[in-house]
Design a protein around this ligand. Structure first.
Ligand code: BTN
Length: 253
């Protein structure tokens, strides 16, 4: 904590050796937790991914971290936190490790087409007001190998870089960047700074992607990431559609 350069994110940091899931723990303490509380664990026994998947979180090899946020924004804005998180993780990875990380809109960070980081944002509150948000980040940092089900899909920073990465340095940089982007968004009311990064390091902009919506799968070319952070795609039949984060799953062609 002594090297932390933030004002609000990480004023309270809770570290565990082992825990079921840092997102679960945040949920338990969220009501009484101060805004910006960070929970980190060396290992998660029931790490959770999106869409009910599990998230492999072996001891000492990754960054399994969640942040509790209490902004005064409507729930419809909540998913913007995912984009702020994605942008800060991607930027921090590039700064600290030089690994060429890209953002696969809206939730993943990829290197060489394989996933190094996933983000799970969860919200609680009412129709017009959020009580709290939990932004969970899982980053494969020093993993040398992956379980069968993730082979070919996941990679780690150490595999990409060929040497061990200091997790603490990376965490400090992520929190600092996250705070910068978060404060800009809260003060200005726009995602401008975040979107600059998301567009610069986008893994999908200009590409043809497969979009999976429930049972349906369609192909489309990504035209733009608009100022709200939505993805504008041109479908094969010529129609254009705006995709909202959370409703789709994207596969590169
Ligand atoms: C995904 O890509 O499916 C999202 C993965 C999110 C994993 C992180 S690790 C820290 C936090 N705690 C969890 O149980 N999940 C998130």
């Amino acid at each position: 904590k002594e090297h932390l350069e933030t004002e609000e994110i990480g004023q309270e940091i809770l570290c565990f050796d082992s825990i079921d899931s840092t997102n679960n723990y945040c949920k338990k303490i969220a009501k009484d937790a101060v805004h910006g509380t960070v929970v980190i664990s060396e290992e998660q026994t029931v790490g959770r991914g999106r869409l009910g998947r599990n998230w492999s979180s072996p001891k000492g090899e990754g960054i399994w971290m969640s942040i509790v946020l209490k902004p005064s924004i409507p729930p419809t804005e909540g998913m913007k936190m995912t984009q702020i998180a994605a942008a800060s993780v991607c930027k921090a990875i590039r700064e600290i490790t030089d690994v060429e990380a890209y953002i696969k809109w809206p939730n993943d960070i990829v290197v060489g087409g394989k996933k190094v980081c996933g983000i799970l944002t969860e919200m609680a509150g009412e129709l017009h007001k959020i009580d709290y948000l939990i932004v969970g980040m899982g980053i494969n940092v020093n993993n040398q190998e992956f379980p069968e089900e993730f082979q070919g899909i996941a990679t780690s920073l150490t595999i990409q870089k060929g040497k061990k990465i200091d997790r603490k340095t990376l965490i400090l940089c992520i929190l600092k960047t996250f705070e910068e982007l978060y404060q800009h968004y809260i003060c200005q009311g726009t995602l401008e700074k975040t979107l600059e990064i998301i567009r610069l390091y986008s893994a999908v902009l200009g590409k043809t992607i497969r979009i999976i919506k429930g049972e349906e799968e369609i192909k489309g070319k990504v035209l733009e990431i608009n100022d709200e952070g939505l993805l504008k795609v041109q479908l094969e039949d010529g129609r254009q559609e705006m995709l909202i984060s959370g409703e789709i799953s994207i596969r590169s062609e």
